[in-house]
Design a protein around this ligand. Structure first.
Ligand SMILES: *Cc1c(COP(=O)(O)O)cnc(C)c1O
Length: 229
C-alpha cells in the first residue's frame, strides 16, 4: 500500500462529508499514472469510482482489476478515434466538449450495457489552452445527447483555472452552478455537477458540486514518469 493512503482516504472522506453538510457529494479517485495495485488498495478501503485520463492506460488497469466491481469515469480529453474504446470500457465520460463525439459514442455503446453516462465539460475560465465547450454550446450538446437511447445526460463538469485568489475560484464554481441549474430546467434528469480537485474540493462542494475528482490528496504526488504508452 502507498504509505499513509488509508489515513489520506479517511481525511478526504471526512472533509467531503463536512463540506457537503448533509447534501450528497461523491468522490471520484483520479488514478491517472497510479499503478493498478494502488487502485486495488483504495477499492479495499471502500472506494468504487475511479477516474482515468488516458484510454489505453485505463484499459490495462481494468484488465488487471477485472475481479473488482468498479465504476470507471473517463475524465481526460477524448479524441474521436478513442470513442469506440471509451464507449465500450467506461461507465461515464466526463469530457464531452463537442458535437462530433456524441453520435460516435451512441453508435459504439454496446447494446448489452446500460446507457453511457455523460457530462458536458465546460470551459468556465475561458483559457485557450484548456478543453471544454463554451457555455453557449451546452444546450446544443445536451439536446444531441438526449435523442440517443444509448446515452444518458448526467450533467456538467469543469476544471476551472487554478486562480491563486480563492474568490476568483469561487466565482468560477458559482458560475458553473448557475449553468447547471439552467441545464436542469430543460433536462431535469441531469443530477451531477462535477468540479473540484485536491486543492479546492471543499470550496467546490460549498458552491454546489455533487461530485469531485481527487488525485494527489489520496495517492500522494503522481509518479514523475511520463505516462505509459
Ligand atoms: C489529475 C486530475 C484530477 C485530480 O487532480 P489532483 O490535483 O491530483 O487532485 C482531477 N480531474 C482531472 C480531469 C485530472 O486530470
Amino acid at each position: 500500500m502507498i504509505k499513509g493512503m488509508d489515513v489520506q482516504f479517511d481525511k478526504v472522506s471526512a472533509a467531503i462529508h463536512a463540506a457537503a453538510a448533509g447534501r450528497n457529494a461523491c468522490l471520484i479517485a483520479a488514478s491517472k499514472l497510479q499503478p493498478a495495485s494502488a487502485i486495488r488498495d483504495l477499492a479495499l478501503m471502500g472506494q468504487r469510482r475511479f477516474g482515468e485520463n488516458y484510454v489505453h492506460e485505463a484499459l490495462t488497469k481494468q484488465t488487471q482489476l477485472a475481479d473488482l466491481d468498479l465504476e470507471w469515469h473517463l475524465i481526460g480529453p477524448l479524441q474521436s478515434n478513442k470513442c469506440r474504446e471509451a464507449a465500450r470500457h467506461f461507465d461515464w465520460v466526463q469530457s464531452i466538449d463537442r458535437a462530433k463525439l456524441i453520435p460516435i459514442l451512441a453508435r459504439e455503446r454496446p447494446q448489452e450495457r446500460p446507457p453511457l453516462n455523460l457530462l458536458i465539460q465546460v470551459n468556465i475560465s475561458d483559457e485557450s489552452s484548456k478543453s471544454g465547450c463554451a457555455p453557449g454550446l451546452i444546450e446544443e450538446l445536451a439536446q444531441l445527447i438526449e435523442v440517443s437511447a444509448r446515452l444518458r445526460l448526467r450533467g456538467l463538469m469543469a476544471i476551472p483555472a487554478p486562480w491563486p485568489d480563492p474568490d476568483r475560484r469561487r466565482q468560477d464554481f458559482a458560475q458553473m452552478r448557475r449553468l447547471f441549474e439552467h441545464t436542469r430546467e430543460m433536462h431535469p434528469q441531469a443530477d451531477t455537477l462535477c468540479m473540484g480537485m485536491s486543492e479546492d474540493f471543499a470550496l467546490a462542494i460549498a458552491e454546489g458540486a455533487t461530485m469531485v475528482r481527487i488525485g494527489s490528496a489520496l495517492f500522494g504526488t503522481r509518479p514523475a514518469t511520463s505516462r505509459p504508452a
